[in-house]
Design a protein around this ligand. Structure first.
Ligand code: ADP
Length: 595
């Protein structure tokens, strides 16, 4: 069913148009819908990725801020005014106790020192180096100056053998007055480990960059060129200026600086410390969840299109089927079959059209019958007077009415010849009318085909002799067929007569048989003018005559072959021919064998 539909696709233009119509009508919305779904999914996913990245950045920023506020909280000391004397008097014991306490309370403190308001150190204690305390003058340092004025100081990150460190300083207040400054060298190792170990998704990671564009924490640190200045990277410099990268823009998808391949990245500035937190998420990992949904949407879209492509031809074929049936029936009517009928049951205008077609064919049939009736009656009525004329002309020529002059005889011969042609036409017309009305009387029985053939050949021998032609018959041993002897002779008179008529003088006609399955085939072969290729399809039509220069002057009605075909088919045989212009023609007909 499906393949026959496909085969007919190329043959039916209307069906192709329907298919195109259905495909366009169905595929365009499917494609648009698929496209919109993918677009919306993508957008939602990008927001999801961005939200997650910004959330991670937010959490990390909070952790960093907390680290510094906690540390500064420990450093900022308040002393009540009653103790000022003690602090300034008994320097060592008080401050040493504080530095020890600080080192003990916060494992990140590596060194803690107290500086007097004039800039000289009052005490210094290091977690690792114990030694003699030599007070230094730090009055020129930025941390002292900042803390001395009441501010808190967070320095630059610097590397030591025991890891990255930072200098922090805060004032020591007594009531509102700043009496000293506490300075601490703080190890960032714990904080940076925390940042470096944090990940999201399967492979997303966090990068921390300080205000000078120096990367201070990143899992893939080794992938960076030593001495690389991240400030030359636009993303870093723009975030350090206070910008925010959301991970939503096109430029937020890029090739990672840290060798992680294509990533989707976001970044934010932490104003409290002047650092920037970046996150990068390899796209392959970030998009893994959407990829599956995306594939499903594409699959469903493709499957829908495939369904349309499969069903459109079937659907179109259903629509076109009644029209094709009408076309087929119309062709049958054209061939002369007025018994044909269409049976369209679609319950719509096509069914009405089918009914109208059937009514029209009925009308044509009635007209045909009227015409046949007319031809039959006219031919029948003509036959009597034409036969009478023939009889009287013969009698006159034979001298029944007395001797005739040569001139009268010549005129009378002309009359007789023309009358003979008229009689032949009337006879042919009668036969055609009978055949069309199904009134050809045929009596099929077991006959020896050689007899009617020989009879026809004998009858035409005089005609052949006039053209100095040879007509030979090669009878076969198997000669019993089921046929009407009188009709076989009529067929042979027509076919051999044509062979003689359409062959130039001194030509030859050969009649012979062939046995094939359960049939006896009779061939009538001539070496005459032949039938032009373009005329061959119409040769059995009523009144059709070839108009070639050689045959134009040969008289005939164009009804002979039509009648012959009807007769052969009535006797359950078939007729065909092979012909080559200028070489000759072979007409052949088959009849069923009697045995
Ligand atoms: P007609 O009365 O014209 O012979 P037919 O029906 O017998 O009518 O033949 C139709 C046409 O077929 C002829 O006009 C002729 O042109 C062609 N024809 C028939 N038989 C032959 C033949 N043996 N050789 C060439 N042309 C032939």
């Amino acid at each position: 069913m499906f393949f026959s539909t496909l085969r007919s696709m190329t043959q039916s233009r209307l069906q192709n148009k329907f298919i195109l119509f259905f495909v366009v009508l169905a595929c365009v919305p499917v494609l648009v819908l698929g496209g919109i779904t993918l677009y919306v999914l993508n957008l939602a996913h990008q927001h999801e990725v961005s939200n997650l990245e910004l959330q991670v950045i937010g959490e990390k920023s909070e952790e960093i801020k907390k680290f510094f506020s906690d540390t500064l909280g420990v450093l900022e000391l308040y002393v009540d005014s009653g103790s000022i004397e003690a602090i300034q008097g008994d320097k060592n014991s008080w401050q040493e106790a504080f530095t020890d306490g600080m080192l003990a309370s916060n494992p990140n403190f590596v060194e803690v020192s107290f500086v007097n308001s004039d800039g000289t150190e009052a005490a210094r204690k290091s977690r690792f180096q114990a030694g003699e305390f030599i007070p230094l003058d730090v009055s020129e340092t930025p941390y002292f100056q900042k803390a001395r004025q009441g501010g808190t100081f967070i320095g630059e990150v610097y590397d030591t053998l025991s890891g990255p460190m930072i200098t922090m300083a805060a004032p020591v207040r007594a009531d509102t007055a700043i009496i000293q400054v506490v300075v601490a060298e703080v190890s960032l190792s714990a904080l940076l480990r925390l940042i470096e170990s944090s990940s999201f998704g399967v492979s997303g990671y966090v990068v921390l960059i300080d205000r000078n564009g120096r990367m201070i924490a990143q899992r893939a640190r080794g992938a960076m060129e030593p001495g690389f200045d991240a400030l030359q990277w636009n993303r870093v410099s723009s975030v350090l200026k206070g910008g925010v990268l959301t991970g939503l823009e096109a430029h937020d998808r890029y090739e990672s600086m840290f060798g992680a391949g294509p990533v989707v990245g976001a970044g934010k500035y932490i104003s409290e410390v002047g650092w920037a937190v970046f996150v990068e998420w390899p796209i392959k990992d970030a998009d893994a969840s959407i990829q599956e949904v995306r594939n499903q949407v594409i699959l469903v879209t493709l499957a829908s299109i495939l369904c349309v492509l499969l069903f459109a031809p079937l659907f179109a074929s259903r629509l076109v089927r009644p029209i094709r049936e009408l076309e087929m029936r119309a062709k049958e009517v054209e061939k002369g079959n007025l018994e044909t009928k269409v049976a369209i049951q679609t319950g719509d205008e096509l069914e009405d059209l089918g009914k109208a077609f059937n009514t029209m064919v009925q009308g044509l049939k009635r007209l045909q019958e009227l015409k046949e009736e007319f031809v039959f009656v006219a031919a029948h009525e003509l036959r009597t007077p034409v036969t009478v004329i023939k009889g009287y002309a013969s009698m006159l020529l034979e001298g029944d009415a007395g001797p005739l002059t040569k001139k009268v005889k010549a005129f009378l011969s002309g009359v007789q010849e023309a009358n003979q042609r008229l009689l032949q036409l009337v006879e042919d017309l009668l036969e055609v009318a009978r055949s069309e009305a199904g009134r050809i009387a045929i009596e099929v029985k077991d006959i020896d085909i050689r007899e009617p053939i020989q009879g026809a050949v004998n009858e035409l021998s005089q005609l052949a002799r006039k053209k100095a032609m040879s007509v030979t018959y090669e009878p076969s041993d198997t000669a019993h067929v089921l046929a009407d002897e009188r009709r076989v002779k009529e067929i042979m008179i027509n076919l051999v007569g044509n062979a003689i008529k359409y062959t130039p003088e001194k030509g030859r006609v050969r009649v012979f048989h062939e046995l094939r399955d359960k049939e006896l085939i009779t061939h009538i072969e001539d070496n005459g003018y032949g039938i032009p290729q373009e005329a061959q399809s119409k040769i059995f039509e009523k009144f059709y005559r070839v108009q070639s220069p050689e045959t134009r002057d040969i008289t005939g009605t164009g009804l002979g072959l039509f009648i012959v075909k009807q007769l052969v088919e009535k006797m359950h045989g078939t007729i065909w021919f092979k012909s080559k212009q200028g070489k000759g023609t072979t007409f052949s007909f088959s009849l069923p064998l009697a045995s």
